[in-house]
Design a protein around this ligand. Structure first.
Ligand code: PEP
Ligand code: MN
Length: 466
């Protein structure tokens, strides 16, 4: 054994995941084409850089310690065709507007992460599905195959296209933010016209009035000229499912603290492996087996990472998972994204909280509620939907349980879009089953539309204000 190797921790390399069992892994028939794409990715520049990744890590440390709130949201399955000016802009604006409401409610800085610029790979429960009587491979996300039934074969060229769409999307996010899309001087459209219930409408209006008052006040005293308020940060994230994509974008780079000039020759620069495809990546509910490939890959990267946990997570998995992924117990390194369902959260979450908070990992994790994935249901015709009331109920119960347990709910993780889709039931406009067909455009799970997403932010803000 070499001197540097710690006895029980096997050495990590960007490809050490390959020796482990793996779930949801594509078996590309054309290995030569796969190799060509992977080699191309290896030579392309990073999409994000260590200084940004470390900045997010620092923000998430604040979240873990109860000093900030994390809002993460975007599509379930992002398509390459969503890389369009208005689609990107509407999502940025929605996340900013929601974060303003949360900032006002929770009285804490809000850290924003989009499920954007790379959320192209989807885990599937079945490898095949039947369309018009014909069995075809399931759609696995634009990075693997196409949604059209004729495009369901795995295509390795899509790996490089994913890089291109991801970088074009992030380029536009950076440019739009740099050009003032988030400028608080501009009028914000709060559009409460759809809310049918007058009492609810009055409640939301009151929040809007308060926020507008706060913005006017800041403007009067010149506080909105402050650079911190006129530039906002939006980080990117996706599920790190397709390791054939993540590995070539994993680079050994200097930690950003290595900036001294002239370079200090006495201390060698601290180098770490960064996944440069996104600031934040998470392990999905189907691929978090502790001795499998995804956990192996994730344990070696310096990015902050998420792990989905739910009804199928044994309490006994939590600490081995944290010890593997965050042996140094760095606060904010791990976000536990909890997704149980409104009917199960109160029986399952408390034991998960106690296991972590009564251990050496107390106050190190970000507890984030994903009220979407435990609340999916099928209605007539097999259409997948979610009830706004279930989503809100899981979130509300999660807030209450954390309060009772003395822990801190640091964030929420939502599937949403800035467009007027009709995919989730309920909300202020009272969408019902008959409305689903009006504008159902998701290629995977049902998302909150812009009004439902904003309402959720109002309701959470209200919880904090009480
Ligand atoms: C998702 O976030 O789209 C997803 C597939 O979630 P989960 O892994 O929690 O099922
Ligand atoms: Mn989903």
């Amino acid at each position: 054994m070499s001197e540097q190797t710690t006895p029980n921790v096997p050495e990590w390399t960007p490809d050490s995941w390959r020796s482990k069992p793996i779930k949801q892994c594509p078996d590309y028939p054309d290995k030569a084409a796969l190799e060509k794409s992977v080699n191309e990715l290896k030579n392309l520049p990073p999409i994000v850089l260590p200084n940004e990744i470390i900045r997010l890590r620092e923000h998430l440390r604040d979240v873990a310690q109860g000093k900030a709130f994390l809002l993460q949201g975007g599509d379930c399955a992002e398509l390459f065709s969503y890389c369009q000016q208005d689609v990107i802009e509407s999502k940025i604006k929605l996340l900013l507007q929601m974060s303003l409401v949360l900032l006002w409610g929770a009285d804490k800085p809000v850290v924003r992460i989009g499920r954007m610029a790379g959320q192209y790979a989807k885990p599937r429960s079945s490898p095949v599905e039947t369309i018009n009587g014909k069995e075809v491979p399931s759609f696995r996300g634009d990075i693997l195959n196409g949604f059209h039934p004729d495009e369901r074969e795995l295509d390795p060229n899509r790996l490089v296209r994913a890089y291109q769409y991801s970088s074009a999307t992030l380029n536009y996010i950076r440019a739009a933010i740099g050009s003032g899309i988030a400028d608080l001087h501009g009028p914000l459209d709060w559009g409460l016209g759809h809310v049918r219930d007058p009492a609810l409408k009055a409640k939301y209006q009151e929040t809007v009035d308060r926020i507008q008052e706060m913005l006017r006040f800041m403007h009067t005293i010149g506080a909105d000229q402050n650079e911190k308020l006129s530039t906002v940060e939006l980080f990117t994230s996706h599920e790190g499912l397709l390791l054939e994509y993540e590995q070539p974008l994993t680079r050994l780079l200097n930690h950003p603290s290595v900036r001294s000039y002239p370079p200090d020759s006495t201390t060698p620069p601290k180098k770490e492996y960064y996944n440069t495809s996104a600031h934040f990546l998470w392990i999905g509910d189907r691929t978090r087996q502790i001795d499998h490939a995804h956990v192996e890959y994730f344990r070696g990267i310096a990015n902050p990472i998420g792990v989905k946990i739910g009804p199928s997570t044994p309490t006994s998995d939590l600490l081995p998972m944290l010890r593997t992924l965050n042996p140094n117990r760095e606060p904010g390194k791990i976000t536990l994204i909890t997704r149980y369902g409104a009917d199960k959260v109160s029986s399952l979450l408390p034991a998960h909280i106690r296991t972590v908070e009564d251990s050496e990992y107390a106050r190190t994790v970000v507890w984030q509620c994903d009220p979407m994935h435990g609340n999916t249901q099928s209605v007539t015709g097999g259409i997948k939907t979610r009830k706004f009331s279930d989503i809100f109920s899981e979130l509300q119960q999660t807030l209450r349980i954390h309060k009772e347990q003395g822990s801190y709910l640091g964030g929420m993780h939502l599937e949403l879009t800035g467009d007027a889709v009709t995919e989730c039931l309920g909300g202020g406009a009272g969408l019902d089953e008959d409305d689903l067909s009006t504008n159902y455009t998701s290629f995977c799970d049902p998302r909150l539309n812009e009004k439902q997403a904003l309402e959720l932010a109002f309701l959470v803000a209200d919880h904090y204000r009480q």
